[in-house]
Structures are given as C-alpha cells and as structure tokens.
Design a protein around this ligand. Structure first.
Ligand code: ATP
Ligand code: MG
Length: 660
C-alpha cells in the first residue's frame, strides 16, 4: 500500500498521496460493445425475450438463406423431418408396448409387436440419418454465413466517406457491428438448434395427444415449471457475467498497459511496474463480493429449479398412477408417457439454452444490421459516377471559396480559401500548427468534401468527374501515414497497386526518397516484412518509415502529388535528397508541398500562408519576404536558429509583437 502511495504521489506534491487518488486512476470505462448481448439478457424480462425471438429467428433464417440456399433447405427439411420422426417414434413405442402388455404367450406378443418394433427401428435410423445430414449442412453453412456477413461489413467500412470516422458514434457503431458480424454464425446455429428443439417438443406433444389427450396435462406439468426455472437460472448467470463487466474492462485495460509493446518503454522508464500490478490486484479483489453474492443467487435458483423439476416429475407420475387406477388410460399409454416426458425434458433443456443464446447473439446481430442501415448515410453518392466524364490531364486546380468545418467544432478548419494551382507548379502551404493546411490538402485530394465552396479540376467541379479516374491522377503522402504490415516492396507498391509495379519501378521510387539503400540493408531486403508481429518481421525507425512513405508517393509519378510534412523525421541528408526529388518535378508535373521547414519552400512557384483556416498571404518567397508579413516572420525565426553569426540575443523580428 505504502509503495503505491509513493508511486502515485511522486511528482505531485500538492496532492496528498493516498488511496483516494489511487482508486481514481482507473475510472469507469465506457460500456464495451462486446458486452451488449450479455447486458441485454441480464436486464430483459422473459416476456421481452420471447417477444423478440420470432424476429431474431426470422433474421437468422434470412441470412442463412442468402448465404447458402441448398444447405438452409437441408437444415429446414431435416429439422421438420426429425420432429415428425420423433412423433412417429413415440407412437411406434406405444404400439410396441400395447402388444407387449396384451394378454397371451410371450412369444406371440413379441411376434405381434414385430411390425411396430421394425417401424421403431426404421424411424430411429432415419432420425439418426437426418441428424447427420443436419450437422453436415450446418457445418458447411457457418463459414458461408461468416463470409457473407463479414464481407458485407468490409464493403461498407472501406467505402464510407472519411468524415464518417470523425463521428464518435460511427466508430463505436462500427466496433459493435464487427462483433455482430462475428455473432451471426452463432445466431444462425443456435436458431436452428432452437427450432430443432421446438420441433422435438411439438412432436412429443402431438404424439402424446394422439395417444391420450389427458397425457398432455401431465406433459405440461413436467415441462413448464422446469422451463421457467432454467430460463430464470440463465437470466441470473447473465446477470453475474454483466456484474463482472466493470472488472473485466479494467483488467482488459491493464492487460494492454502491462503486456503490450506500445506501453512497454514508458512502463520501464517511469518505473510503473509496481503501480500497475497493484492496480491489477485492487481490481481483481474489489468486485469479488458482487460475484459471490451473485453466485449465491444462482445456486439458489438452480437448486429451486431442480426441486421444482423433481416435484413436477413426481406429480406427473402420481397423475399417471391416478389415471391408470381410474382406468382412464391403458398401461401402455402410461409407459409411453414416461418415455415422452423424458424426451420432452431433453428437448426442453436444448430449447431454454438456445433461447438465451439466440437472444444474446441476436442483440449483436441487430447491432450489425443497424450499422449497415445507418452507414448508408455515409456512403459516397455513386449514383451518377459511371455517367461522369473521365478527367483530362491536369491544367489547373481552382479552389473557390472553400471551407470545411469538422463536426462538433465551432470554427471552420478551413475558411473561405480561394487559390489556383497551374499544372507544373510546385506550391507550398505553410502556416502554424492547426492552421488548416492538411485539411485543405485533404479536400484537394478528395479525401474530404468541403462544407462550403467548390474545388475545380480543369474548370469543372470535382463532383462532375469520375472520382476513381481522378484519384488515379493524384498521389497523396499524408501527414499521418500508415505503416502497412506488408513487405517493404509491397509498402511501396501500394502507391500504385492497380498497375502492379515491377521491381524496377519500386527501386527507382525508393531511390528518389533515399530509401533504396536502407531497404537493401534490411535482413531480407525488399522482401522484409515491416511488422514485428509477424515471424521475421522488422520495425523501422520513424525517419526510415517516412522515407518509405515518400517513396510510395513518388512511385506513381502522378500529375498531382500532395506531400504533407514528408520530412518531419528525416535526417538532413535525406531531407535534402527528398526535396531535390520534389524540385525535379517542377515545371513538368504539379506538387503541393506542406512543410514547416521553410528553407525547402523557397523554390516553390507560389507559397500560400494559412492562419486559423484563412488564406492570409500568397506569393513567391521573395515577394513574401519583402512583404514582411507572417511568412517573413516565420522564416526569419527559423533562419535565426541556423545563423551562427548572431549572438544569444534574439534578433528583432517583424510582427513579433502580434505573434500568437
Ligand atoms: N478529424 C478532425 N476532427 C476535428 N477537428 C480536426 C480534425 N482534423 C483536424 N482538426 C482541426 O482542424 C484544424 C486544422 O487542422 P489541420 O490538421 O488542417 O492543421 P495543419 O495546418 O495541418 O496543422 P499541422 O501543422 O499541425 O499539421 C485544427 O484546429 C484541428 O484541431
Ligand atoms: Mg497538418
């Protein structure tokens, strides 16, 4: 305890070290999407569960039908068939018993029972065959359902507009949907098992009514209380699980903090080991009481359930005895009823278990279907895409009073920006952090749609051109580039994946971004896997990754190349080579360059200075320096850092008083 107090108290002398702070370290986490089903079942009453079952069963059948009609039909047919066979089996059993219980010599009785016995054997064999066929069809169905549902999900997640990922609700929705996709197979399986169980129950009921209607009463007494007890116990089990969810979430979080690669360096450098282990102990002990209380309730309910079941069976046997003595039913019927009750109870335990599963998995599946419906709002408008014109070679990009406001933001990230970029130009966007450079570039790259204004390609709005064809003409190196878990060669090739670039092109692009030598020095050269989670995978340094992403941008030699902070992690030599490669494009193809290293934009044909989303200055380096505005100020600040002739005192800079 004392250790923890010191560990957390360190560095914050104003705050009294102690338990209070320690316990607030892991506050209540968001409800986790993978617990939706369990939580719903823990809170739903039996009525609510039954009310939702038909819809869920129907949905499961529909998915299964879409995935594989033949197998769905086999499952349906065998389910019904097995039910019918179960009924026939009971009737045959009763016939056998009637013959055996009749008067006369045993040999004659056996001979008389022979046809019924044969029928019973046949029915049993057919039933077994059907069960095998059903199992086979179900097993084949699962992977197909899985694929159908998961592919549907990925089709949507890869197509939605980028802004969908900014909406908090969307990300959450999507996570739930992935869980829902995984649940679909279970939903389909348990729905089919449930239907099979219900068919079994129905079969028994029908057979019993055929034998003697009064026996139905006995059957109901034997099953209904039992069913209630099982469902109730299931409910409590889910409640127990849900009660432990806070603990599980915290353990999940602690697991990530203590056992994953990302946190490992800081865990060591800050000496967090004891602190985190202590948190773990705390979490694991805190909720044990709730768990114990729940365990007691579950035990009570299951015990009560078993007692009810035992009592009900006794009542049934008493009832049968009374009916027998009273001469209401023959002995054979009473004996068949005993068999029927056992059969019904077997089906019933299947049914109650599957009801819970259908309901919980169904909640996740509803998350999936809900997401698929809601995501439609985020899909790009493709209706007229095929009819749109293929863009011709870039002559001019015109940004006309373009604005973008991110959701939940008060002020626009880009505000009424107007500028024109001519083919062959190298232009630079400069400005302080958060001034809107990346956002503007993302709109030109068609990654984001402006919320105001229009961007024109050769005089026509982007929306009038075929989007895919336009994207083919643009290459983008984003500021937050992704480290793809592929080989070095593939990491470059994805810059123009459709063209399946050969090794020559890949190496040429790598050379332009000074990545070639570095890649050849890797253990397997271009074939080195760039992800440590794989066997023989390697990781790269930040700057090495940046060289790879820049090379990816060069690979296509696109008409318009957008490079957003391509050199932030590069060493001086690599940076120099990269900007040389960018300058090589000048006059031939178009480049938009975003960088804070202003020395590298001096050669740009035009420099656009953004501030709080608005375009505040535009011109060449010389023009902007002469204007002594914001650009001149930023440039002078940076240049002063390299000027060894100046003293320690900061030189007077233009605009310094107003700098924000
Ligand atoms: N996905 C987003 N959702 C909400 N706001 C965003 C998002 N991306 C950026 N912003 C906000 O928009 C503004 C402009 O961001 P942008 O990334 O365009 O700046 P930038 O000029 O590229 O900055 P930097 O030099 O740091 O890269 C900032 O205020 C930022 O907080
Ligand atoms: Mg940026």
């Amino acid at each position: 305890m004392a250790e923890t107090a010191t560990a957390t108290g360190r560095g914050t002398p104003a705050e009294p070290p102690g338990r209070q702070r320690v316990e607030s370290v892991l506050p209540e986490l968001r409800e986790m999407w993978w617990e939706t089903g369990v939580r719903a079942r823990a809170t739903a009453g039996l009525f609510a569960v039954f009310a939702e079952l038909p819809r869920l069963l129907w949905a499961a059948l529909a998915v299964s039908w879409r995935a594989d009609r033949a197998r769905t039909l086999v499952v349906a047919a065998t389910t019904v068939g097995a039910g019918v066979m179960a009924a026939f089996g009971l009737l045959a059993t009763q016939r056998v018993l009637v013959e055996l219980f009749a008067g006369g010599p045993t040999a004659d009785k056996v001979v008389a029972a022979l046809p019924a016995l044969t029928a019973l054997a046949a029915v049993t064999a057919v039933r077994a065959g059907m069960a095998t066929a059903m199992g086979y069809a179900q097993n084949g169905l699962s992977p197909k359902v899985d694929r159908e549902v998961e592919r549907g999900l990925f089709e949507v997640t890869t197509a939605v507009r980028l802004e969908a990922f900014d909406a908090d609700a969307f990300a959450d929705d999507m996570e739930r949907a992935s869980r829902g996709a995984e649940s679909t197979t279970s939903l389909v399986q348990s729905s089919m098992n449930l239907l099979a169980g219900l068919a079994g129950l129905l079969a028994v009921a029908v057979a019993v009514v055929v034998i003697h209607p009064l026996l139905l009463a006995a059957l109901l007494v034997a099953t209904v209380p039992n069913a209630w007890a099982s469902l109730r116990a299931g409910h409590l089990r889910y409640q127990t699980y849900a009660a432990g969810s806070v603990r599980r979430r915290r353990v999940w979080l602690l697991h990530r903090l203590m056992a994953e690669r990302e946190s490992a360096p800081e865990l060591r450098s800050y000496g967090l080991r004891r602190f985190l282990l202590d948190q773990y102990d705390r979490v694991m002990s805190v909720e044990t009481d709730i768990q114990l209380a729940m365990a007691r309730r579950v035990t009570t309910t299951t015990t009560v359930g078993s007692m009810i079941a035992g009592l009900a069976t006794t009542v049934v046997y008493l009832l049968l005895g009374l009916l027998l003595i009273d001469g209401q039913i023959p002995l054979a019927a009473a004996a068949t009823c005993v068999v029927a009750v056992q059969s019904a109870q077997r089906s019933l335990s299947v049914v109650t278990f599957q009801i819970d599963r259908v309901y919980t998995e169904g909640q996740h599946f509803s998350d999936y279907t809900g997401f698929m419906t809601r995501a439609v709002a985020y899909l790009p408008d493709e209706t007229t895409s095929s009819a749109r014109d293929t863009p011709d070679q870039l002559r001019e990009v015109h940004v006309d009073a373009v604005s973008l406001r991110y959701p939940d933001r008060d002020s626009p990230a880009v505000d009424q920006v107007t500028l024109t970029i001519q083919a062959g130009q190298t232009v630079a966007f400069v400005g302080e952090n958060g001034s809107g450079k990346s956002t503007l570039a993302a709109m030109i790259a068609m990654l984001r749609a402006p919320t105001g204004g229009t961007i024109r390609w050769n005089g026509r709005p982007l929306s009038e051109w075929d989007v895919d064809a336009l994207r083919d003409r643009i290459a983008v190196v984003t500021q937050e580039y992704h480290k793809w878990p592929f080989t070095a060669a593939t990491n470059l090739a994805i810059g123009d994946i459709a063209a399946e670039p050969g090794q020559d092109r890949i190496e040429a692009a790598a050379a332009r971004a000074v990545a070639h030598e570095m890649i050849t020095e890797l253990p397997h050269g271009y074939e080195t896997l760039l992800d440590r989670t794989f066997a023989n995978g390697q990781d790269l340094s930040g700057g090495q990754w940046q060289r790879i992403t820049a090379a990816r941008g060069f690979l296509r030699d696109a008409e318009l190349l957008i490079m957003d902070e391509p050199s932030s992690a590069l060493d001086p030599r690599a940076e120099d080579a990269l900007f040389q490669a960018i300058r090589d494009r000048q006059g031939r193809v178009t480049t938009i360059l975003i960088t804070h290293r202003l020395a590298n934009v001096r050669h740009a044909d035009r420099i656009y200075v953004l501030h709080h989303g608005t375009l505040v200055e535009a011109g060449t380096h010389d023009e902007l320096t002469a204007a002594r505005g914001r650009y001149a100020e930023l440039f002078a600040l940076q240049a002063a850092g390299y000027d060894t002739t100046r003293g320690a005192a900061t030189p007077p800079l233009p605009h310094q008083a107003t700098a924000s």
